[in-house]
Design a protein around this ligand. Structure first.
Ligand code: FES
Ligand code: FE
Length: 431
């Protein structure tokens, strides 16, 4: 076993009681658990990389991360999307330092090794000085073995035996379709990628987007007043709000209020849609629920908000820090002025300084900031809302609970704990 395996083979079953709804907050702060997450969560889950609309011709590339591993996503000469570890095989420098662009070759800036779009090492300066058995074929970029696309979203997985992306998503696809499949032409991303840093563990954000409608009335009260046409704050009687929360056995989650008259908040977007056609296409239940206002996380770290087309990744940067990368998703066939209305609404609400986004980031940093105390760390957190209420409701696929519930949070941590306690594909090599 490698050194990090010996050091981080921690049993998390005493830290996560997902049936009882108790979570030990050391899972947000412990350095060893964080390293174990890199090995057992991020090195074997399907992770979101980019949107297909970011790649139009061979050589278009985008750089991102899988866990803390730097990744180049590019379109090869045959127009397939491929993903490589962004690290030179010679002495390890990133072979691509730009955020995005177009190229014929990735040339390392340290000593000049060059790799083509297929990851092959094409040229080595002063190659004649290497031993005779040095073969460029052995030193190509490390490729991520699985790249798969679900309705425009590109995901990748390091596990050579990973289950297919569609199976890993399971019933979550129905909830995603309510955003990804409103338009026969599909979706695209517009503008750049917004990136900002938050002082907080990545799970605080991922779990909140999976399960937490509960915070909306309190945390976002002032934002709701600004948006409300009457200037009134949220209703006091929240438990009566009709809605459902989806709980996946794979750790995904989604929550949404249900309204017989669904509508988008941005006026131009609302007026753009033909709601009868959407009902025909997606079904009444999808239009009245997950299509507009709601929240969702695809385990582990990809989240989205259908109402404003925000899709985002919570990149882990150590136990105490995350980097948020957010794209604006629109329907391809929307007229430009509707796309722009969606973009402005997105920035106003969930852009880096949006009136909702700022509230959420503040909460996560607050939780993280005090979580290193010894006694603090020994007091569990409560995830008991709606315990035992998950069921098949006959309308929405999979198990769902009431809207105000921690069911998807318990599901998120249940799956997290299962993966954390199970050796991953790369650990079996030695056995
Ligand atoms: Fe890339 Fe030396 S580190 S060429
Ligand atoms: Fe929020």
């Amino acid at each position: 076993p490698r050194p990090e395996e010996l050091a981080t083979n921690l049993d998390v079953s005493t830290l996560v009681d997902s049936d009882g709804g108790l979570i030990d907050r050391s899972i947000y702060t412990d350095e060893g658990l964080y390293k174990q997450e890199m090995r057992r969560i991020f090195a074997r889950s399907w992770l979101f990389l980019a949107h297909t609309s970011q790649f139009k011709k061979p050589g278009d590339f985008f750089t991102t991360f899988m866990g803390e591993d730097p990744i180049i996503v590019t379109m090869d000469k045959k127009k397939s999307i491929r993903a490589y570890l962004n690290s030179c095989r010679h002495r390890g420098v990133r072979v691509c330092r730009a955020d995005a662009g177009a190229t014929k070759m990735f040339t390392c800036t340290y000593h000049g090794w060059s790799f083509d779009l297929e990851g092959a090492l094409q040229s080595v300066p002063n190659e004649q000085a290497y031993p005779e058995d040095f073969d460029k074929k052995d030193w190509g970029l490390i490729e991520v073995p699985n790249v798969a696309i679900y309705k425009g979203l590109i995901f990748a997985n390091w596990d050579p035996k990973a289950e297919p992306l569609e199976d890993a998503l399971g019933d979550m696809r129905y909830y995603m379709d309510a955003m990804l499949d409103r338009d026969p032409e599909g979706t695209e991303v517009i503008g750049g990628v917004m990136k900002w840093v938050l002082e907080g563990n990545w799970k605080l954000a991922a779990e909140q987007f999976a399960t937490d409608w509960y915070h909306v009335n309190m945390s976002h009260a002032s934002a709701l007043m600004v948006l409300s046409p009457t200037g009134k704050g949220p209703k006091a009687d929240i438990a009566a709000t009709p809605g459902r929360q989806f709980v996946s056995p794979k750790g995904h989650g989604a929550g949404f209020p249900t309204h017989p008259k669904s509508r988008f908040d941005a006026k131009a977007v609302h007026e753009h849609y033909d709601y009868a056609a959407l009902r025909e296409r997606l079904g009444d239940a999808a239009v009245e629920g997950p299509m507009t206002t709601g929240h969702a996380t695809v385990f582990p770290s990809f989240s989205y908000l259908p109402v404003n087309g925000s899709i985002r990744v919570w990149h882990p940067k150590g136990p105490d820090k995350m980097e948020v990368w957010a794209w604006i998703l629109v329907d391809k066939s929307m007229p430009d002025e509707v796309k722009d209305a969606q973009r402005l609404y997105n920035l106003r609400t969930f852009g880096p300084s949006g009136i909702f986004e700022a509230d959420d980031g503040e909460n996560w940093s607050e939780v993280q900031a005090i979580s290193h105390g010894f006694v603090t760390n020994n007091v569990p957190l409560n995830f008991q809302m709606g315990i035992g209420s998950e069921r098949e409701d006959g309308t929405y696929p999979g198990q769902t609970s009431e809207l105000y519930s921690d069911a998807a949070g318990r599901g998120f941590y249940r799956h997290w704990a299962t993966l954390m306690n199970e050796p991953a594909w790369h650990e079996n090599k030695n056995k």
